[in-house]
Design a protein around this ligand. Sequence first.
Ligand code: ATR
Length: 293
Amino acid sequence: MIRIINGTTRVCGVIGNPIEHTMSPMLHNFLAERAGMNMVYVPFRVEENRVADVIKGACGLNILGLNVTVPYKKEVIASLAEIDLGAREIGAVNTLVRVEDGYKGYNTDISGLFRAMTERNISIKEQAVIMIGAGGAAKAVAYLLGREGANTVYLLNRTIEKAVELASDMNRRFAKNVFVPMALSDYQKIPKGSYLAIQTTSVGMYPGTGQAPIEDEEFYQKIHTGIDLIYRPLKTRFMNYVEAAGGITINGLSMLLYQGVTAFELWNERTVSGALVSQAYELLKEALAEYEE
Ligand code: ATR
């Protein structure tokens, strides 16, 4: 792929540490090329305590936008000129967009998951949901479920205290008793029913691919749709269980894809076509397959 970089090329990138394994440059440079945007996207490894300098420097260089990944999604907030409501409420920013006096922070992990679900006609409104995990990624998921009007969310976590904390945060935020915290080991206490389940823990992620957070076929009979935020592997043991019980599944690659597409759209003020999104999905899928060989 030969790209011409000239005096009007806009620069975007991703900051994090480590950053070597990011797939975002591949995604954004592909989208830019196919959508005919004169934009390049590069990875920046940022050392501890340099985030404020980086944002100031990026602003001085007139960098169009940045993604922010682990471990800086929270720390970067102090350096922003503006922040989007959802990002502020979950306290995590993954996308910066240039505004007049600096950057505005967004969380496209939330919108990315929502788009991945909408695309597959999976609704949240009035639904009964089981969420597994109460860490950083779970916060964005819980916020989305609350915002979109889930009926009940059983929030399971190995460490019950974290489930209790996240559930009460969200119940307070949405002024409703939607979230019910539970210890992961108490999963059998979830009432009979048909649930949407979202798996947000790292259990089952490469190299621990032989694991699922709940090892009980009967549990998966309750799930009509299972979403796993993990994308390595593309099909986790959790997803295998859901499918074996007759449910449908979505992997974390769709969420990763849509968080990127949404960031790209914010920077370039244009929408990416469905056809291009599908091509980008195939590209990421192939890259992952190579990575796993
Ligand atoms: P992330 O930002 O990816 O969500 P995190 O904030 O460290 O990462 O959260 C990891 C989540 O995976 C937590 O819900 C964690 O459960 P605990 O709060 O009990 O630590 C969950 N998790 C990690 N390893 C687990 C395991 N072996 N069994 C069950 N849950 C696990």
